[in-house]
Structure formats: structure tokens, C-alpha cells
Write a protein that binds this ligand. Structure first.
Ligand code: SF4
Length: 857
């Protein structure tokens, strides 16, 4: 939707599940201006740092622009890359998929897709795999972020339905945030909650998290719970509610089933030491909290009428993720705190379109559009709708199993769309080996060089955010348009288009005869309107969107499902308001759950528990946010956060000057390295490492190299939050800071991390060589760089003293500083800032004098 006067185009942010509305317009200088959309009901004009910097990430730098066939992909030296036209590329993919299916059957092929895809892309991919190839082997990286919530919802409600809307945060009494650093991971939602608290001082916020995070800034109570003990805490709460006359008996009897079994389990979790039953299950012992802390939280939940429990990856990414979700939902059902204004369990999703993927059925264990496997009527309905006689009859392989399937030879062709599993799945070494083993790997992405594209046989250039067009759904079930704002570079095309090209070449011309994304959206909406007979609508019903014409789709305003009638104005609606659920009985189901330890725990070899998660200004594997210099400043380097006492216990100096060292982190799975950061915010037995850095932005700094492929047996979601590790010093002997106007291959160095800065890149390097050897290595590295414009290069050197205590060198071209480095520098932040500024300065005599005098300081 374009404002014809000003050129602003409405769209949605590329990142998290808050799904903020933005407005963007290209400028005459070839940039993209971005601002919050004041009319969008999810953010009313607000954006976080990532959203504000969206315009800085729109660059042709590093884009994949041409389909390529890469032969001999495992032998870099002998690799042959052949550029292909789209017709050839999609023919090659369809031929190889067809040959594989013919020889080994439909379950020998797979798609691994992403919450970055738009709903239209997802729908077409799901339709091809489940409807026409006839296999359930399509899974998504959303498996890594909310699969446990999907299972928890389905077990309790009979459907994957988020009950509440954002507006509820503004009319509630108590918000419990568990397993979520909302302030960093869903910042605009956090700002909304902060504003609600400011205008209503009676609003209480409780944060449950082993770490003290920025989210705790607005907390009235922080419960630094022991990793993996959420079921014990919420079972104890259910027990407390029953013992303190805080149940809603009428709601339980009218609208739920299974309470007796659930309370039978829960009452084993004793929250008070006066109690004389089974003290083995004492909540205090299991959670590491004091009885007073626990009871204060329980009292707050019981005494406040309106309660929202927000939860995210800290709950989901666990080998007991589904049980944690149901332990939370049980407490809401038992008190009737659901389906009304200002109350309910609230799973916030990580990715921009994780919800859209769930809706169309883009997970291996769901069929399509909230129709499920294992139901003959649903199978018939979907078969008839798609006019296929080859619909998959059983769930496919979930993410971790799917890559295991490649490793053991079951999966022989895979198409990976818009995701980088070598970096994001646990046990990266195994994922890499699986892709090396798989005979045919297709990767469609907008970025050319990722750890996954490096293993592809065919790469297909996809459109990126601001180029593609379609819809996404956010955490409050609100569907919004992403609109095309800029042209795509090179040959990049929409994901749905390349899937339909392959599908048609595989022989399914008619079923994939799409000309534009609006047509796909309409078909999807029609599918959601099936089987809504007998006066009972299914939860995901978009019947009100089935008659959109091109203009209607183009101008579509945000719609919150269910959509029975096109929403012209902002709608905020809750689910389960009438106490009816989508189970066979129409009643919500309590699920009896028990606390159990995570699948692996500490040992003398691995005595610490590593938690992993996001930092404020980066997103996933940094392929987009890593392009914005403003976003690199907040956390420039991968780090390992540790309590000072723990650091001391493991032999690390704890005075600020000496702790800033790179350390080795080891698990039973692998090794990684990061800079040690001391903080009181950690529990003493835990460390924390961010997930973003990988082989293209740092050396050996991936937590996924360490994380074991343990999963929840119900959801298949990996346990990212609980990895036993050991830390050791790296004992590097020298350090350097390098700036460059172009990317430098630093893989020869023992440790490096790259940060995008204005005018180029900043590298922090550590080495086991002595300073003099490092100087020589750096000089050789820079000498080997190509000089594309055959510029006259002038070199400056500063040699502090004979022991190379401070060695500086710069290469100056006509256009300015090309590279500069300082070895063993004592450069503080200000001096590093000065060095970075060199990249945007003229390399004149004044600069030369300043460089040498700064080195001499
Ligand atoms: Fe984008 Fe999420 Fe930030 Fe909103 S809160 S601007 S959706 S990253």
C-alpha cells in the first residue's frame, strides 16, 4: 500500500515474531528510509534498534544473484561453478528430485524450510511435498524455536492456537515472563509492557529466568530458577492453587477434562517445608529458589484476577519443552484465566513468520492449514481440495532426524530454503557431514556465502526482505502484508515462484499454475474455510479473505484470525472466549506432567551448564543484521558470560584488566571459543553464549558446535539451553586490531571476529604466535589482498619498541585508508573508534601524522 504523496510503502519488519508494521521508501541516494507504521496495531509506530536499521541492511553486498550448479562441491580446489539460467536450474532440480523419488521413493527427498519464508512460499512448498511428492518430509527451522508450544497447544486446546492478543498487556494485573528475555528478543512488545506498567503501577511483573537480563528492569520479582526446573515450579503452583482455594471450580468442571490426573501429579511438588509429604519433590530444592520467593510468586498468581504468562525459547528449547508448556497452561485452565481480557498463556514466537508456517502446515508432523495427520476426514478434505491422489499419509522427519536421515543415506535429495542449518542446528559437525553425504543439496537463499551454501550442489538466488511480496503472521495471530519496495538484484526470484517452476517441471503443471502471490493466498484462505460445517468453525478460519481481488490483496490491512469478515478497522480478539475448545469433546485438556532432569547434566569433565540465546541487536546468523554498522556496536564479539566467582574457581583472573581474554569452551560434542565476560547476572553454575556468530563472521565461535542433539521426544525441539561444558584458557600470546575497506580472509589466525563498521570491517584477532610473528603474518595477509584498481599504495609503519609492544601499520590508497592494524595494542574503546574512523577519512599528510602519533601513545 503506497501513499501516493510521499512514496511511503507499508510493510512489516524482517525479524522477530512481534511483527511490527513499518513504512519504507527509497531515497534519491539509493538508500531505504524506514520508520514505524503508526497505524499498525502491533507496534503503533514503534520500532526497536533492528527495525530502525532495516534500511542499512539493504545492500547488494554478498547477495546471491545467479542460479549456480556447483560440481565437486567438497573439493574447493577443483570446484567448478557453472552459472545457469532459471529454466536450466529448475529443470536440473526437478529431474534430480524425480529421479530420486523414482528410484528410492518419496521419503528419500526432503525440504528444510524457514520462518523467514512468507506464508505463500510456505504454502506452495508444503503443497508440493505433502500433496504431490507424497511425503511428510518438510520441516522448518521453526522446529528450533516453538515446536514444543505447538504440541502444548494441541494437547491442551486441540489446536495450535495462541489465545490472547497484545492489547491484553495493557489491561492485566500480573505478567509472568518465563524463559524469555523479552527486552532483547521482542523489544517492542517489551516497550509496550513497560508503558503499561508505567501507566498502571499496580501491574506486577515477575520474570523467571536463570539469568538476570534487561527484562528484569521492569520486574517486581526475579526468580533465578535453576535450568530445566520449570515443570516443578508450575506443578508447585497448581498444587498451591488447589490448597489455597484459588481454583475456578466452575470453569474446571464446565470447560476442561483431566484435572484429577494433573493435580495428582502436581501435588507431589511441595512448596512449603511445613508440609510432611514426599519432600523429595520440594519445589525449592528443584528450582534453587527459596520458599519465600516461590510462595510470593504463587500468592501473586492466585490473588490477581488477570494473569498473562509469556513464554518463549527458555521454555520451548528443552527436552521437557512440551511438558513445561502444559504445566503453564494447566495453571491458567485451573483458574479460568484464559479466554478473557488480560489473561492467558502467551507463547511469543521468534521468527517473523513462524506462525504463518504453522498455519499452512509447514512442519513435518502437521498436514495443512490446521488439518492433521491421522484423521481420515481431514485426509480426504485436503486430497479433494488439492485434487491429488498422492497425499502424504504420515508425518515426516523432524529437523534433527531429517539431517540424521541424510547421514544414514535415507534422504538423498534435499532443498534448503532461506535458512542456514550448519550454523543453527545442534551438533554442527554432524549437520555438515550430513550435507556432505547427501547426494543432491539445493539451497535457495539471498546470501551467497553461508556455511550451508558452501555445501550446495545447486544454489538458487531468492528475493530478500523489501523485494519479496506476500504475508506473514505474528505472535498475536495477526496477518500482515510484506510488500515489494525495491527491485531484486540479478536473477533473484520469489521462493514460491521457484518452487512452482520445479513442481510444474516435475509434472504437476495444473496444481501449481500460479501467476502471483495473491492467487496463492486466496487458495490458502479457501483451504482454511473448509470443514467449518455444523455450526462449528475451525480455529484458523480465513473465510473473510477468500474473495479478495488483486487490489484487495495489494491493499490488505492487518487481519487477526479468525477472519470471518474482512477487517477494515483494527480488531483485537481473543480465542476460547466461550469456553469451547477444538478438542473432540470441546473441552480443554489438562495434561498431567512430571518434572524430570534435562537429558544430560554436569560431570567432572563438563561441570558448567551453558545457556544460549540472542543479543539485543543481532538476528540469527547475522547475514542481514551483520551488514549494518550501527548494529555491530552493542555486542561486537561473541562472548561467554560467567559469574566472577565461577571464573575465579576455574582459575581465571577476575580483575577487569586481565579477564578480557579469549577462552575455549568444550562440550562432549565439540569446541568453541569466545571472550570471557564477567557478570553478576549469571547463576554460579551457568555460563551463557550468544548464537549469532559463525564461520563467516568469526573463527570457531558457534555454540551449535557444542550443543548436543537432544530433543523433546514429543516435539522434536532441540535442547539449546542446557549443555554441560568446561572452560579452559586459550593462552594466546598476542592480539591485534585490523581495519579494512574490504573483507579479509583471516582463517589463518587462531581467533578472529569481524564487525561491520562504517566504510569497511573491523577485525579483532588473537594468536598463539608471538607479537613479531603476528605482525609478519598480518603483513603477509594484507600483501596477498588483491588491489582491484591497481591503486598506488603507500605504507606507514610505527614500531613502538623492540619487543613489539605496540606495532602499527597502515596501507593508504588514493581513495583513503585501505587497511590498518595494530598489534598488541593497548587500544581502549576510544582508540579503536579512532582507528575505525580512519576508514572514512582522507589519507592525507595530516592523517599520516595523526596515525603515527596515536600509535606512539
Ligand atoms: Fe522488528 Fe521485532 Fe524489533 Fe519489531 S520488535 S522492529 S518486529 S525486530
Amino acid at each position: 500500500m503506497t501513499d501516493s504523496n510521499s512514496g511511503w510503502i507499508k510493510s512489516t519488519c524482517a525479524y522477530c515474531g512481534v511483527g511490527c508494521g513499518i513504512e519504507a521508501r527509497p531515497t534519491s541516494l539509493g538508500k531505504l528510509e524506514v520508520r514505524g507504521d503508526k497505524e499498525h496495531p502491533s507496534n503503533y509506530g514503534k520500532l526497536c534498534t533492528k527495525g530502525v536499521a532495516l534500511g542499512d541492511t539493504v545492500t547488494p553486498l554478498g547477495r546471491l544473484t545467479q542460479p549456480m550448479h556447483i560440481q565437486n562441491q567438497l573439493h574447493i580446489q577443483n570446484q567448478q561453478q557453472q552459472a545457469l539460467g532459471w529454466n536450466e536450474a529448475t529443470q536440473l532440480v526437478s529431474d534430480r528430485f524425480n529421479q530420486t523419488i523414482e528410484e528410492f521413493g518419496p521419503d528419500s527427498v526432503a525440504f528444510y524450510v524457514s520462518g523467514q519464508l512468507l506464508t505463500e512460499d510456505y504454502y506452495v512448498a508444503n503443497k508440493l511435498m505433502k500433496g504431490f511428492i507424497g511425503s511428510g518430509n518438510i520441516d522448518s527451522n521453526s522446529r528450533l524455536c516453538m515446536a514444543s508450544s505447538v504440541v502444548g497447544h494441541k494437547r491442551a486446546f486441540g489446536s495450535d492456537t495462541v489465545p490472547i492478543c497484545y492489547e491484553d498487556l495493557e489491561d492485566t494485573d500480573l505478567v509472568v515472563i518465563t524463559g524469555s528475555n523479552l527486552a532483547w528478543c521482542h523489544p517492542v512488545l517489551f516497550q509496550r509492557l513497560r508503558a503499561a506498567k508505567q501507566s498502571n503501577p499496580n501491574l506486577t511483573v515477575v520474570v523467571i529466568d536463570p539469568r538476570y537480563t534487561d527484562t528484569c528492569e521492569i520486574a517486581d520479582q526475579h526468580l533465578a530458577i535453576e535450568s530445566g526446573s520449570d515443570v516443578a515450579l508450575f506443578n508447585g503452583l497448581l498444587s498451591y492453587l488447589a490448597n489455597n482455594d484459588a481454583l475456578d471450580e466452575e470453569y474446571i468442571s464446565k470447560h476442561t477434562q483431566g484435572f484429577e490426573q494433573a493435580i495428582e501429579s502436581a501435588k507431589k511438588y511441595v512448596y512449603h517445608s511445613d508440609s510432611n509429604i514426599n519432600f523429595e519433590q520440594g519445589v525449592s530444592q528443584l528450582t534453587g529458589l527459596t520458599e519465600q520467593e516461590v510462595e510470593r510468586f504463587y500468592r501473586a498468581f492466585a490473588s490477581n484476577k488477570k494473569v498473562i504468562t509469556i513464554y518463549s525459547q527458555g521454555v520451548n528449547q528443552s527436552s521437557q519443552g512440551c511438558d513445561k508448556v502444559n504445566a503453564i497452561i494447566n495453571c491458567h485452565l485451573a483458574t479460568g484465566k484464559i479466554g478473557k481480557v488480560g489473561m492467558g498463556p502467551f507463547s511469543v514466537t521468534g521468527q517473523p513468520n513462524a506462525m504463518g508456517g504453522r498455519e499452512v502446515g509447514g512442519l513435518a508432523n502437521t498436514l495443512a492449514a490446521h488439518f492433521e495427520f491421522g484423521d481420515a476426514d481431514s485426509h480426504q478434505t485436503v486430497s479433494d481440495f488439492w485434487q491429488t491422489d498422492n497425499l502424504a499419509t504420515k508425518p515426516g522427519l523432524k529437523a534433527v532426524d531429517l539431517f540424521d536421515g541424510m547421514l544414514d543415506g535415507k534422504i538423498k535429495a534435499v532443498w534448503i530454503m532461506a535458512t542456514n542449518p550448519v550454523v543453527s542446528l545442534p551438533d554442527s559437525a554432524k549437520v555438515k557431514a550430513a550435507l556432505e553425504q547427501c547426494p543432491f543439496v539445493v539451497v535457495s537463499d539471498c546470501i551467497a556465502d553461508t556455511e550451508t551454501t558452501r555445501l550446495a550442489d545447486v544454489v538458487l538466488p531468492a528475493q530478500g526482505w523489501s523485494e519479496k511480496s506476500g504475508t506473514v503472521t505474528n505472535s498475536e495471530r495477526r496477518i500482515s502484508r510484506q510488500r515489494r519496495i525495491l527491485p531484486s538484484p540479478g536473477e533473484a526470484n520469489p521462493d514460491w515462484w521457484m518452487i512452482k517452476e520445479v513442481a510444474q517441471k516435475m509434472g504437476h503443471q495444473h496444481a501449481f499454475d500460479y501467476r502471483h502471490e495473491g492467487q496463492i493466498f486466496e487458495e490458502y484462505c479457501q483451504m482454511t474455510s473448509l470443514d467449518n460445517a455444523n455450526g462449528k468453525l475451525r480455529d484458523l478460519c480465513l473465510i473473510g479473505l477468500t474473495n479478495l481481488d488483486d487490489k484487495g490483496y495489494s491493499e490488505l490491512k492487518p487481519q487477526q484470525w479468525p477472519v470471518l469478515k474482512l477487517q477494515q478497522d483494527i480488531v483485537n480478539q481473543r480465542m476460547f472466549t466461550n469456553g469451547e475448545f477444538f478438542t473432540a469433546s470441546g473441552k480443554a485438556q489438562f495434561v498431567a506432567v512430571e518434572h524430570s532432569q534435562p537429558l544430560t547434566t554436569t560431570s567432572p569433565d563438563y561441570p558448567l551448564i551453558m545457556n544460549s540465546g540472542r543479543v539485543r541487536d543481532q538476528w540469527h546468523t547475522m547475514s542481514r543484521t551483520g551488514l549494518a554498522s550501527s548494529l555491530g556496536e552493542h555486542t561486537p564479539e561473541p562472548f561467554l558470560a560467567i559469574h566472577p566467582e565461577t571464573a575465579k574457581k576455574f582459575g581465571f583472573a577476575t580483575s577487569t584488566n586481565q579477564t578480557n581474554q579469549v577462552v575455549k569452551v568444550k562440550s562432549a560434542q565439540g569446541e568453541s571459543q569466545a571472550r570471557l565476560v564477567l557478570t553478576q547476572e549469571m547463576r554460579k553454575e551457568q555460563v551463557f553464549m550468544p548464537i549469532h556468530w559463525n564461520g563467516t563472521t568469526a573463527k570457531n565461535s558457534k555454540p551449535c558446535d557444542l550443543i548436543l542433539p537432544n530433543t523433546d521426544s514429543n516435539s522434536g525441539q532441540p535442547e539449546f539451553k542446557h549443555t554441560p561444558v568446561m572452560i579452559e584458557p586459550c593462552d594466546y600470546r598476542s592480539e591485534a586490531v585490523l581495519i579494512s575497506d574490504s573483507v579479509v580472509d583471516c582463517d589463518e589466525f587462531d581467533y578472529w571476529v569481524r564487525q561491520k563498521v562504517e566504510g569497511g570491517f573491523l577485525y579483532r584477532i588473537s594468536s598463539s604466535k608471538n607479537p613479531m610473528e603476528l605482525v609478519i603474518q598480518l603483513a603477509n595477509t594484507l600483501d596477498a589482498l588483491p588491489e582491484p584498481n591497481a591503486e598506488a599504495i603507500k605504507s606507514l609503519h610505527y614500531h613502538g619498541n623492540k619487543s613489539f609492544k605496540n606495532y602499527g601499520s597502515a596501507k593508504l590508497g588514493q581513495s583513503g585508508v585501505k587497511q590498518a592494524f595494530v598489534v598488541n595494542s593497548k587500544l581502549d574503546h576510544q582508540s579503536i573508534d579512532w582507528l575505525v574512523e580512519c576508514l572514512t577519512r582522507e589519507a592525507d599528510e595530516e592523517f599520516e601524522a595523526e596515525f603515527l602519533s596515536t600509535m606512539a601513545k
